[in-house]
Structures are given as C-alpha cells and as structure tokens.
Design a protein around this ligand. Structure first.
Ligand code: ASP
Length: 328
C-alpha cells in the first residue's frame, strides 16, 4: 500500500533481541466526524432534545461521509441540520439582540489550502454556514458582514426567509425576561442559561480536514456585535498539517486566545485530547473564559474538552455507530 493521502504511517512497538524497536506500518485513514451543539449549563429538561439533535446531525452527515462526501460537504451538511433544529442557537432558534432582532454569524474552513469563508450579522438566512461557503467559493474575499453579506446572498441565490421564521417562542419569552434587567451582563448567561452554538469537524477518506461553526451569538448582545464563531482561528480552524477544531462558549474570551487555532497548533506536538485540554486550560487561566472545543487531528484522533457544566456533542465511532455525550 503506497503512502498517499488516504493512509498514514503508524509505528508498532516490538521487543527484538531485548531492545524496543519501532516498526512502521501503513494505517488506512478512516473517515471521522464530530459535531457539537453548544457548551453551557444545559438544563435537564433540554438534555434529550440536545442529544437527539447532535445524534441526528452525526448520523445523517456521517452517512454522506461514508458514501464518499468530502470533509467540507460533510461539515456543511451537519451544521445545516443543526441550524434547522430550533433546539440550538443557530439559524432557527437563535437568541435576540438588544433590539429584539436575530443576527447570525458563521464560518467554514478547508484544511487542504486554509481557504475559509465567513459571514456576520446576517438576518434572514436559515443557513448562514452555506452563505459562508459561497463567500469562500465564489468571491475573492473571506468575510462579508451585514447588508453586504445579505446582498451577496441574494445574488448567490440563497433563499431569504422572513426573520419571524427564525424566531422561537422560547427566545421571545427569554428576551422579554432580560431586556430591561439592569443586572444583566453578557457573561452571565454562560453560567446559567443554555447557549447552543453549533459546529462540526470532519476528516474524509482522502485525509482532508474541514471545520464549520454557526451561531446566533449571545442573548441581548449589542446590535452589530460579532463573537468568535465567524472569526478564523477563534470559532473554527482547519489545517491538514495538524488538525481541525470548532469552538463554542463565551465569544469575548474565545477571541482573546484564538481558541481553535491554539488547539490546532497544540495538535502538531500533542495528542488531540491533550491539545484540547490545554486549550481550554489556557482559556480559563489567561482570560477567565468559559467554553468548549471539538476537533480531529491529522491522524483521525478525536478531541473534546470544556470547562462549562455540559457540552452536547456526538461523533462517529465506526461507520453508522454514533456516540453522544452531554456531561462528564
Ligand atoms: N461563541 C458564541 C458567541 O459568543 C456563543 C456560543 O458558543 O454559544 O457568539
């Protein structure tokens, strides 16, 4: 079997004539997928919906991956499923900003050549991650915001929806509760209210990595506020040379430590799980941050870590076999 994009070299430890020797052998690359649905204090009453949502995304996008879909197509498909699910703070079900409006952010990144597309503060799009992908594929730019992003969506033929279709009764009621609360502060909901940004990371059969993240941001955010999710290296990062990561949590802290890029860099020299652990440790130590990451390194090892009470996530253990988790 030649060393190619679809396999990599592993080493078997054997004892030969009393000495430890490392024997190289080729391991076929198996397609991998991990998705998340936010890292916060998810109340028990909402656990089942979160687990069902991430399971479905992993199962359905995982089936595409098994049929030969690229990592990029797979993460877009997984995030589309989560954006359409009103359980999560992305697409339908997003939080309202201080004006009572929805503003959505998303990005997608291709680990082959570090190309990425991102959009921020878009208002009437159900699938901002697909708009981000069009920015990557069909413009000479990486990041479009607000009205310009909306104009481009129209030209790119992305369906616009009435913003009322994205609004859920749950978020309308929550907005009414907090809109005049003088003690409300952006960090607060990260401790006691579920926050449900979504993300996905995949490794395809050709050994290519991709990552995507999509969010409605934080409740009662200032109009025009952009968090970590669409910012390259903060909300997501993918590089075939080390790994791919999607982050979730308090955006103002994740931005400061460029959490996804930090974890990818650590993957170059550490195991995937150690890289994720150290990234979250840095988030907490340097900026008193709160959040979680999911990832896959270039060898196909999964990574997940969080310092919030819970994080909803799901990954493919074997073709068709999905593992879901919400707390340690
Ligand atoms: N990181 C997102 C933001 O700050 C929120 C989240 O992950 O739940 O916009």
């Amino acid at each position: 079997m030649p060393v190619g994009e679809s396999n990599y070299i592993s080493f078997l430890k054997i004892i030969y004539r009393g000495k430890i020797r490392l024997v190289p052998y080729l391991t076929p690359m198996k397609a991998k997928l991990i998705v998340h649905g936010g890292a916060w204090n998810i109340p028990e009453s909402l656990e089942a919906a979160h687990l069902a949502g991430v399971r479905r995304a992993a199962q359905e996008a995982g089936a595409l991956l098994a049929q030969g879909a690229s990592a990029l197509d797979t993460v877009e498909a997984a995030v589309n499923i989560l954006e359409a699910d009103s359980t999560f703070d992305a697409g339908r079900g997003a939080f309202l900003n201080e004006r009572g409006e929805i503003e959505l952010d998303a990005m997608i990144m291709d680990g082959r050549d570090l190309r990425f597309g991102a959009v921020a503060a878009v208002q009437n799009i159900l699938h901002p991650v697909s708009l981000a992908r069009r920015v990557m594929a069909h413009t000479e730019h990486c990041f479009l915001v607000g009205g310009g992003a909306q104009d481009f969506a129209r030209k790119a033929g992305i369906a616009e929806v009435d913003p009322r279709e994205l609004l859920t009764e749950r978020e309308r009621v929550y907005y009414e509760q907090i809109r005049h609360d003088p003690d409300f502060h952006t960090r607060l909901p990260f401790d006691d209210h579920p926050m449900d940004t979504v993300g996905a990371v995949a490794l395809d059969g050709a050994g290519n990595l991709a990552a995507a993240t999509s969010t409605g941001g934080t409740p009662r955010k200032l109009a025009g506020r952009v968090g970590d999710s669409p910012v390259v290296g903060a909300g997501a990062y993918a590089d075939n040379h080390c790994g791919a990561v999607s982050a979730t949590g308090w955006g103002e802290s994740i931005l400061k430590v460029l959490l996804s890029k930090t974890v990818c860099d650590l993957m170059a020299t550490h195991s995937a799980s150690e890289a994720a652990r150290q990234g979250i440790e840095r988030l907490a130590r340097r900026v008193n941050g709160l959040g979680g990451v999911i990832g896959i390194d270039r060898h196909g090892e999964y990574a997940f870590a969080y310092n919030t009470p819970k994080m909803a996530f799901a990954y493919l253990r074997a073709p068709g076999e999905v593992v879901v988790s919400i707390k340690r």
